[in-house]
Ligand binder design. Structure first.
Ligand code: HEC
Length: 124
């Protein structure tokens, strides 16, 4: 049954390709900070609308980890319950998806934020 064999091969090859593409050992400075500064910091910096509404400042690691008026946004090691990931993935109430009033982030950037948090949200 050559066809069944080929289907099995295609699935295995696809899965290992995906695993191979998933980034690892992500860095706050190199991978995460550029995403936040491009997509969040225009509003979440002192004096800007997102900061005034919520107190969240995404312009530095320390400020990001401090969070906003509802507390920390990032739970190191746990992207599933981190508000940062819930918001950019659209898992929170859609009316508060971030970036506010703009298109969703590209999947790749959502993935980077998720892996970085799951790897411990380090300041590296
Ligand atoms: C165009 C401006 C703008 C951008 C860009 C933006 N935000 Fe916001 N953000 C706001 C405003 C305004 C609020 C407060 C009003 C609200 O909650 O809808 C807010 C609220 C928040 C909150 C609090 C949500 C809550 O529980 O009420 C978080 C967390 C947040 N933003 C994270 C982010 C992140 C992370 C990004 C980048 C991916 C981002 N924001 C991009 C304007 C922005």
């Amino acid at each position: 049954m050559p066809k069944a064999w080929m289907a099995g091969f295609a699935i295995t090859a696809g899965a290992s390709l995906l695993a191979g593409c998933s980034p690892k050992n992500l860095s706050y400075g190199k991978d995460v900070e550029p995403i936040l500064s491009r997509n969040c910091s225009e509003c979440h910096a002192p004096g800007k609308p997102g900061f005034l509404a919520n107190g969240l400042d995404t312009t530095s690691y320390a400020a990001l980890m401090k969070g906003g008026k509802f507390g920390p946004l990032v739970k190191p090691g746990d992207a599933f319950t981190s508000a940062l990931n819930m918001l950019v993935e659209g898992r929170a109430n859609p009316s508060i998806r971030m970036p506010h009033g703009k298109d969703k982030l590209p999947d790749k950037e959502i993935e980077i934020l998720k892996i970085w948090v799951n790897e411990g949200a380090k300041n590296n």
